[in-house]
Write a protein that binds this ligand. Structure first.
Ligand code: P6P
Length: 340
């Protein structure tokens, strides 16, 4: 029987091939992405056995967000910081789990031109109930001189300065998706070889869809324009591309990934008591905005392009809308009601 010589590129092979496409590439970005892939593989092992060993439950302290930190959060954070600190391609990091950024104070790291910001384990409230969770990351060029310690200025950059961004979903299978200016590609972890293998080449977000994702529990805090759009989603008939379906897992990586692949819109608006919403600009919204735009979708805060927002604090929040361009257009039509 002829062996299937299905030559599926691994993440490492893919990043190296991408590097070859840029003769001036130093290989730092490819190495950085491979480092993140290694951290993801280590996190995946723990996530997959979370129910078996004493890694469930709260780690007993609160993070800077005032949220109970679960042990897997800590573990994932340690893995990401560890591989990046001991690699040769990152000068410093900022993490949703850490109050402040971390400057890597060794000369080799300080020679790197990149910094990385990440949410090591998003959706952690779902850990104990076996719902998919994920890692979200973004990579920027530092703005301070190579060879010096990074400063806060290296982290308070707008998302339109992103060089690469991606996420990992620890779910029914473990998938790593990342985007650069050349496009968006997904890699599924193949346990038989322990490598992420190209499974979703050149991901494009359909220009419209039938899925809308929002937490209806916040309804009474929504603006009139937000309520108008949700009611349109609930009353779409076939003549207007409906009927829509509402899908909300409460784990951003899963909700946005599904909508990226199938078409749809994910919304976490501001509310009367939380006008800035819940999601973090640097660690959650910018990466997904970058990925979605590279896949042909759009992302705004309801008023402006997410990637053009100028951050003032590491952990600032923003209202967040992301998805298929035609659905985003209709949403904006409705939100304009609020500005009248
Ligand atoms: P809510 C998870 O805690 C998270 O940060 C995102 O992954 C998710 O989309 C959102 O919060 C869910 O928030 O308020 O709807 O439970």
């Amino acid at each position: 029987m002829a062996l299937t010589n299905r030559q599926v590129l691994t993440l490492d092979e893919f990043t190296i091939r991408e590097m070859r496409a840029f003769p001036k590439a130093t290989g730092e970005l490819a190495a950085l992405l491979r480092d993140i892939g290694l951290a993801a593989k280590r996190v995946n092992v723990e996530v997959n056995k979370a129910g078996l060993v004493d890694i469930l439950g709260d780690a007993g302290h609160m993070n800077v967000q005032g949220e109970e930190v679960k042990k897997l959060d800590d573990f994932a954070n340690e893995q990401m910081v560890g591989v990046l600190r001991h690699g040769i391609s990152c000068a410093g990091i900022a993490s949703e789990e850490l109050d402040n950024f971390v400057m890597f104070d060794d000369t080799i790291s300080q020679q790197s031109k990149y910094i990385c910001m990440f949410d090591p384990l998003d959706g952690s409230s779902n850990i104990d109930v076996n719902v998919s969770i994920g890692t979200i990351f973004s990579i920027y060029r530092r703005v301070t001189p190579v060879g010096t310690p990074v400063t806060i200025d290296d982290f308070l950059q707008p998302g339109n300065r992103i060089v690469a961004a991606g996420y990992v979903i620890y779910g029914s299978s473990t998938i790593l998706v990342y985007a650069t200016k050349r496009g968006v590609n997904g890699f599924t972890l193949d346990p038989s070889i322990g490598e992420f293998s190209l499974s979703h080449p050149d991901i494009k977000c359909p220009e419209t869809g039938k899925i809308y994702s929002i937490n209806h529990g916040n309804w009474y805090g929504f603006s009139d324009g937000m309520k108008e759009y949700v009611e349109r989603c609930q009353t779409k008939d076939k003549s207007k591309g409906g009927p829509y379906t509402q899908r909300y897992i409460g784990s951003m990586v899963s909700d946005v990934h599904r909508n990226l692949i199938k078409g749809g819109i994910f919304m976490y608006p501001g509310t009367t008591d939380k006008p800035a919403g819940k999601l973090r600009l640097l660690y959650e919204c910018n990466p997904f905005a970058y990925i979605m735009e590279k896949a042909g979708g759009r992302a705004t805060d309801g008023k402006m392009r997410i990637l053009d927002k100028m951050p003032t604090k590491l952990h600032e929040r923003t209202p967040f809308f992301v998805g298929s361009v035609k659905m985003m257009d209709e949403l904006e039509e409705c939100l304009a009601i609020d500005n009248k």
